[in-house]
Design a protein around this ligand. Structure first.
Ligand code: BTN
Length: 274
C-alpha cells in the first residue's frame, strides 16, 4: 500500500530551518501556474534591505517552467517545487554566471546528507542526477536595473515520488527520491534544510564569488574528465573532455582546437550519442 502524501506545512518547514524564523517569509500555495512566475511579478524594494527571504512553495504547478523554454513536469504533491527571491546589491548579471552552480552545491549538500548517498551528482550547470537520471533542476531568472540591484528568482524542482505515467511522459530519463531509497522523504524537512543551506551558500557567494565553491563543485560533477558534447543555442555542438570549471563557473572543455570555456549550453555524454 502506498503511503499517503504528507502535505507541505509551515510549522514543519520552519522547524527544519536553522535560522531565525523572521528571516523567512514563506507562502505555501495549493495550485499555481509557476512559482517562478509568481515571484518574478512581485519583485519589490522591500526585499533589498535585510529582507526576510521571500519564498513560495506549491503543491501543484500547472505551467512549471524549465531551462531553455522547456516544461517542468510535476503532479500534485509528488515533487518539491518552490522559488525564492534574492537581491544582489553589488553584482551585475554578468558577474552571476556562477550563481546557478552554487545553487546546485546547496541542493547536493542537502540531498547527499538526507539520502546518505554520494551518487547524487551535478551536471553542469546545475542539473541534479542520480545514475545519470534527472532528480532535480533549477531555473534562475535575473532582473537588473531596479533599485540598483540585480534580483534573482531561483526556482527549484525536486522529484519525490513521480507516478509511472508521469515518468513515461517526460522526454528524458528521470528518477525520484523514492526510487533511490532516500531515508528522508518528508518534503517539509528537505525544504527547511534547503532554505537554510541556500541562505548560507548565497551569502558566501555574495561575499567570495564562485571561486570559493569551485573545488567542491568539481568534486560533485558527474561528467568531469569525461568526453562530452556541448549543445549550443545556435545548434552548434562542441565536443571535448571536461576539465572542470573556471573561477566564474564557465565549463572548460579540452577540444581538438585547445582548451575552451563556455558559459552556456547543454552537456551530454558523447558515449550516449554513439
Ligand atoms: C530545469 O531543469 O530545466 C529547471 C527546472 C526548474 C523547475 C522549478 S519548479 C519551481 C520553479 N517554478 C518553475 O516554473 N520552475 C521552477
Amino acid at each position: 500500500m502506498s503511503t499517503p502524501t504528507k502535505w507541505l506545512n509551515k510549522e514543519d518547514i520552519y522547524c527544519a530551518y536553522s535560522f531565525k524564523s523572521d528571516s523567512l517569509d514563506l507562502k505555501i500555495i495549493n495550485c499555481i501556474d509557476s512559482t517562478n512566475s509568481y515571484l518574478s511579478k512581485r519583485i519589490n524594494k522591500q526585499n533589498i534591505y535585510n529582507k526576510p527571504i521571500q519564498v513560495i512553495a506549491a503543491e501543484l504547478q500547472t505551467n512549471g517552467r524549465g531551462r531553455a523554454g522547456r516544461i517542468w513536469h510535476s503532479g500534485l504533491g509528488n515533487c518539491l517545487t518552490f522559488s525564492l527571491q534574492w537581491c544582489f546589491k553589488r553584482h551585475s548579471p554578468d558577474k552571476l554566471v556562477g550563481l546557478s552552480l552554487v545553487v546546485g552545491v546547496a541542493i547536493i549538500r542537502v540531498l547527499r546528507n538526507s539520502c546518505e548517498s554520494d551518487d547524487i551528482k551535478l551536471k553542469w550547470p546545475n542539473d541534479v542526477l542520480y545514475n545519470q537520471k534527472k532528480l532535480a533542476g533549477t531555473l534562475i531568472e535575473l532582473r537588473n536595473g531596479l533599485y540598483e540591484c540585480t534580483f534573482a528568482v531561483i526556482g527549484i524542482g525536486i522529484n519525490f515520488k513521480l507516478t509511472n505515467s508521469m515518468k513515461a511522459a517526460i522526454s528524458q530519463a528521470v528518477t525520484d527520491l523514492c526510487e533511490i531509497n532516500c531515508a528522508e522523504l518528508d518534503r517539509n524537512q528537505i525544504l527547511g534544510n534547503l532554505l537554510s543551506e541556500l541562505k548560507i551558500v548565497l551569502s558566501d557567494f555574495e561575499k567570495h564569488g564562485f571561486s570559493y565553491f569551485r573545488e567542491e563543485w568539481i568534486r560533485y560533477h558527474a561528467f568531469d574528465g569525461q568526453s562530452v558534447c556541448l549543445h549550443l543555442p545556435d545548434d552548434k555542438i562542441e565536443e571535448g573532455i571536461v576539465d572542470g570549471v573556471d573561477n566564474s563557473g564557465a565549463i572548460a572543455l579540452i577540444t581538438p582546437n585547445g582548451k575552451k570555456l563556455f558559459n552556456i549550453g547543454d552537456v551530454s555524454l558523447r558515449s550516449r550519442l554513439s
